[in-house]
Design a protein around this ligand. Structure first.
Ligand SMILES: [Fe+2]
Length: 155
């Protein structure tokens, strides 16, 4: 699955992320691609760092590849859904870190990418003031791009 007009510097990341995304939930690969395309096509004035946002767009849901439906049998108790979401975000952060390290990505940007992936689904958690969690321009920008790409997915 190719992403049209993807700058060369992100190709290596996509090549490594795509096979893992395909092991996740159905449509995770298409959603990742859609989110990247939205970010690439953004023409407005809201400041954001594409070197952070593009890898996040590619890999924010990649943790689902490790968290398969059968794992839910082992997650019990009242916080089952919350725990599963936290696990997927942390698993995703670890996978993203490994991929970015393996392609020699900038350390500072890697740290920010990983940070955003660990909190990307906080808006779906009850009892979390998620608007306060998305406290940097990159976090806010990514959150809204992700939400927009999600609307497209469900059309
Ligand atoms: Fe998403």
């Amino acid at each position: 699955m190719k992403i049209e007009n993807l700058p060369e510097k992100y190709e290596k990341i996509w090549k490594k992320a795509l096979p893992i995304l395909k092991k996740g939930r159905p449509g995770d690969d298409v959603h990742a691609k859609e989110t990247v395309k939205l970010v690439l096509s953004y023409q407005g004035n809201i400041k954001h760092d594409k070197d952070v946002i593009i890898p996040v767009a590619m890999m924010h849901d990649i943790g689902h590849a490790l968290l398969l439906p059968e794992h839910f049998a082992y997650v019990t108790g009242p916080k089952k859904i919350v725990n599963a979401k936290l696990v997927h975000m942390l698993a995703g952060a670890k996978i993203a870190k490994d991929i970015l390290d393996s392609v020699g990505y900038d350390k500072k940007k890697t740290k920010e990418v990983v940070d955003i992936i660990t909190i990307n689904d906080f808006d779906q958690l009850k009892d979390v003031e998620w608007k306060k969690v998305y406290d940097t321009p990159n976090k806010k920008f990514f959150h809204d791009m992700d939400a927009l790409a999600d609307i497209r997915k469900r059309e």
